[in-house]
Design a protein around this ligand. Structure first.
Ligand SMILES: C[C@@](CO)(OP(=O)(O)O)[C@H](O)COP(=O)(O)OP(=O)(O)OC[C@H]1O[C@@H](n2ccc(N)nc2=O)[C@H](O)[C@@H]1O
Ligand SMILES: Nc1ncnc2c1ncn2[C@@H]1O[C@H](COP(=O)(O)OP(=O)(O)O)[C@@H](O)[C@H]1O
Length: 268
């Protein structure tokens, strides 16, 4: 059985405070985007995780797909399987690709083996694997709070727009990015700013990670400027970087403008 874990972008990201557990409370709109991996579950004699495509750093036994399987296998009598992941979504890119793989593993095993888990139960498992993992269970635009794992509905609909994602071949560790931020109470909550149409977001909807990462990596600020010059109605870095995206009202000519970077474009 096959499934296609997709990535997300963050539309605005306010980091409001450091928590006693060392994590940060945030407010952000998470929005699913169609850049996808391929994940297959295959009957096997013994559990095995294999991958192709981009090399994934780290021990396969600690891969988020393996950890998702182990988590469910602790509570259910799962038969052994081979999980094969064809990795396409850039890694360490602010796109939540690893979290998507983990959440889709839970969804796939639930369906394949008739575990009858509700979305809330699957979110409970996903939260144990990463802060933005639970989002990918329902996988629809959400206003995310606390660690990014508490959801409220959001009235952001970008259907009809096009998106261009540019990954500048620079992996940024999420933990390192959080270590550089200065949490603060925003003047206006992101939720209120998102009430305006996308054409008015440029000067108001902000990703707080840009404040520390753009000075450290000036090429990221240049990339955002390039996307505006290409005609984006809104451009931003996603999550903890390094992907920068632009939202366009007509299809942009992305491949020709960024020949040395990994790009993906499609409809929202
Ligand atoms: C920044 C965001 C924004 O959407 O996405 P990415 O850019 O990684 O995709 C997320 O908060 C990333 O969530 P996720 O990638 O699941 O992070 P986790 O694995 O849970 O945590 C990695 C490390 O980041 C820090 N961390 C993460 C989430 C959070 N709310 N506060 C934190 O301080 C912690 O130091 C933690 O050890
Ligand atoms: N299936 C997976 N895909 C990508 N990264 C994974 C996976 N499993 C574990 N990881 C680890 O997670 C880290 C990157 O996670 P990723 O979700 O790509 O980054 P980001 O949160 O910035 O989008 C890497 O250090 C990688 O070793």
């Amino acid at each position: 059985m096959l499934t296609f874990p997709n990535c997300k972008i963050n539309i605005g990201l306010q980091i409001t405070e450091k928590r006693p557990d060392g994590f940060h409370n945030l407010q952000s709109c998470f929005y699913p985007v169609g850049w996808q991996d391929v994940l297959e579950v295959i009957p096997a004699e013994a559990f095995q995780f294999t991958s192709s495509g981009q090399p994934i750093p780290g021990d396969p036994a600690r891969n988020l797909c393996t950890r998702a399987y182990d988590l469910l296998a602790a509570d259910f009598a799962l038969p052994p399987v081979q999980l094969h992941l064809h990795k396409i979504i850039p890694i360490g890119a602010g796109l939540g690709g690893g979290s998507a793989d983990a959440a889709f593993t839970i969804r796939l095993l639930n369906e394949r083996f008739g575990l009858a888990l509700t979305p809330e139960q699957m979110e409970h498992y996903a939260r144990q694997l990463g802060s933005d993992c639970a989002f990918f269970i329902q996988n629809k635009p959400m206003y995310c709070l606390e660690k990014g794992d508490v959801f409220e509905p959001v009235n952001v609909d970008l259907s009809g727009y096009y998106i261009l994602l540019v990954y500048p071949n620079l992996a940024i560790s999420t933990a390192e990015a959080y270590a550089g931020v200065r949490p603060r109470t925003p003047n206006t909550p992101l939720r209120d700013l998102l009430e305006a149409p996308v054409t008015q977001w440029r000067d108001s909807v902000h990703n707080d990670f840009e404040d520390s990462l753009f000075p450290a990596y000036p090429s990221l600020a240049d990339l955002k400027q390039n996307l505006y010059e290409l005609g984006a109605v809104y451009a931003s870095m996603s999550g903890s970087g390094s992907t920068v995206y632009g939202i366009f009202s007509a299809p942009p000519d992305g491949q020709n403008h960024f020949p040395h970077y990994s790009v993906w474009q499609g409809k929202l």
